[in-house]
Design a protein around this ligand. Structure first.
Ligand code: SF4
Length: 417
């Protein structure tokens, strides 16, 4: 394959950029990829150390095409962040606000703002407001609502059940993908009487929850945990939630927040832990990870603002290495909010097969220069399709479980992709 890649580029008159050529010592890894052998920790370390970025991209693309051909997935979805009040203070997080009693100013006509914010920008949405946003998205053709928020110190467990029930009632076919592992653990702690993780998941599912989005994994490493999110649950608890979900038949995704204080070796260890969990889920559980979402750290507004964040090349390398290391997880997503639409588009030839969806509102991260009230971040279906087609791929609208969505006469149906 390496020789093939070189011939390909010589034919196209490619002269290289920062690459060291195709004698960069990746030939044995290329051989393993060609014969579908699992890559080791040492292989992952060597891939990160290599400056032969074109071979890396080509290898990742080989695996991507083995899974999906030239298909690239997108969906029509809506993100809703129900509150940014949080009892924790993760250093990489620019989203949270400490809880204060809201002092909401009425407008000149006496009306209250739709999203009531306190003077710090902290807010919480009522169940009715969340259901209203979901209903609006459903009416506009969204097949999925993606709901996460901070760990609110006052909202009761019933709020979360009512939220799922309300959406399920108003939007019967909409997939509810909601709550990170730390939120699920928070709910187990605040429920009265106290509940186990499985009991929380079971009650949420009965109320309408369909799957878990997979956030909060950060980097599975004690050093990184102590340095950047010491008070948040660690890897054991994160896996406990996903193990319980998979045992109950609830599918989930998994994330990796990269580009802050972690090393490449710690990233590779993170990926191997996900791979091992997936092996177990495939072997003995009813559900598994659908997708891995590597999240590019955005320092702006966080306690780690002094860090530079990942470069474009680091983004591309990481996405490609995720594809190569995670041989048992079908989908690798470039979440365009984090990697940017342009880089997400390029990554479609670097191992990525999914660029997420229309999103519309996203409060979790904002790049420098975005005012606090500018949370609207959306791409249209036409823009998503254009990105995919220009990358030489075939767009396929998927639902949350990667089944094909077909639209006709203002409605939509789902069939296996
Ligand atoms: S990352 Fe999540 S748990 Fe940590 S401070 Fe932000 S909202 Fe809270």
């Amino acid at each position: 394959m390496v020789l093939h890649a070189r011939a390909h580029r010589e034919r196209d008159g490619y002269s290289g950029m920062t690459v060291t050529g195709f004698d960069s010592g990746l030939a044995d890894i290329a051989g393993k990829v060609e014969s579908s052998q699992r890559l080791t920790y040492e292989d992952g370390i060597r891939l990160y150390a290599s400056s032969d970025i074109h071979t890396l991209g080509e290898l990742a693309n080989t695996v991507r095409e083995r899974f999906h051909g030239r298909t690239a997935y997108y969906n029509v979805n809506r993100h809703i962040n129900y509150t940014n009040y949080c009892v924790l203070r993760c250093k990489f997080c620019s989203f949270y606000r400490p809880y204060v009693k809201r002092q909401v100013e009425a407008g000149p006509d006496g009306s209250l703002p739709v999203v009531a914010q306190d003077h710090t920008g902290g807010y919480e949405l009522s169940v009715e407001q969340v259901v209203e946003r979901a209903s609006e998205a459903y009416a506009q053709g969204s097949t999925e609502v993606h709901i996460v928020g901070g760990l609110h110190p006052k909202l009761p467990f019933s709020y979360y059940l009512d939220l799922c029930r309300g959406i399920r009632e108003a939007c019967p076919r909409m997939h509810i993908k909601a709550f990170t592992a730390i939120e699920i653990i928070h709910l187990a702690r605040i429920a009265r009487p106290r509940l186990t993780i499985s009991e929380v998941l079971t009650q949420l599912r009965e109320a309408g929850l369909d799957s878990l989005p997979g956030g909060g994994a950060e980097i599975f490493d004690d050093r990184v945990h102590d340095e950047t999110f010491k008070n948040k649950v660690g890897e054991a608890e994160w896996f406990e939630v996903h193990r319980a979900a998979h045992e109950l038949g609830i599918f989930s995704n998994a994330t990796m927040l990269y580009g802050h204080v972690e090393t490449p070796a710690e990233r590779i260890n993170h990926l191997i832990k996900l791979r091992e969990h997936q092996d177990e889920s495939i072997r003995s559980r009813q559900a598994r990870f659908n997708c891995v979402v590597p999240l590019s750290f955005i320092p702006d507004g966080s306690a780690l603002e002094h860090l530079p964040g990942p470069t474009g090349l680091d983004d591309l390398k990481t996405l490609a290495i995720c594809r190569l290391m995670l041989d048992n997880i079908p989908h690798i997503k470039a979440f365009w909010i984090m990697q940017s639409p342009k880089l997400a588009q390029v990554s479609l030839n670097w191992g990525v097969d999914d660029i997420d969806g229309t999103v519309v509102y996203y409060d979790i991260t904002k790049r420098e220069g975005q005012a606090d009230d500018r949370t609207q971040q959306s791409l249209t279906v036409d823009q998503l399709k254009r990105m995919i087609c220009e990358a030489g791929c075939t767009p396929l609208e998927r639902d949350s479980l990667y089944r094909q969505v077909t639209r006709a006469d203002g409605g939509w149906t789902v069939s296996d992709a």
